[in-house]
Ligand binder design. Structure first.
Ligand code: 5GP
Ligand code: ZN
Length: 142
């Protein structure tokens, strides 16, 4: 897409520290890293959310993620990573071109866990959990 910063990086119209590229995906260092080696992996096809991507592009994205985790960790001496997607504006997504964050983690780095991104005001009841699960099952279909 024309004005999209990540599409501009793909077209080499904007600079980036690129670490990997293939037919379907590109990976480069985040300009404002949470930790050394913080990398973004993107599909070359412009789409805002994971569910907007054709399945094959989503699979290609995950293949690149799988391929890059160890090299990223080794390059910065990390033993773990936090991997996440801000999927849509309400989740805090700022760049409207889907990207997977790969954030190297270090003992005592002061960071949090994925489950810290939202806080329920109360625990759902068993009945509510069952209703939600049933609704999701029905919507997924098979
Ligand atoms: P999100 O959309 O997931 O909330 O965050 C977007 C991420 O992209 C941020 O971590 C931000 O630092 C990074 N970012 C935004 N613009 C650029 C850019 O022009 N180049 C690079 N390398 N990273 C960017
Ligand atoms: Zn784009």
């Amino acid at each position: 897409m024309m004005g999209c910063i990540f599409c501009r990086i793909i077209r080499r119209e904007a600079p980036a520290h690129i670490v990997y590229e293939d037919e379907h995906t590109l990976a480069f260092l985040d300009i404002n890293p949470c930790s050394p080696g913080h990398t973004l992996i993107i599909p070359k096809l412009h789409a805002q959310r994971l569910e907007d991507l054709p399945e094959e592009e989503a699979i290609a994205l995950f293949r690149t993620l799988h391929r890059l985790i160890e090299p990223i960790q080794r390059a910065v001496g990390a033993d773990s990573t936090t991997i996440g997607i801000n999927n849509g504006p309400e989740s805090g997504q700022e760049v409207p071109h889907i990207h997977i964050h790969v954030i190297p983690r270090f003992r005592g780095d002061g960071g949090g866990i994925i489950q810290g991104v939202a806080r329920l005001w109360r625990r759902p009841t068993r009945g509510e959990m069952e209703r939600i699960a049933r609704r999701i099952r029905n919507l997924v279909g098979t």
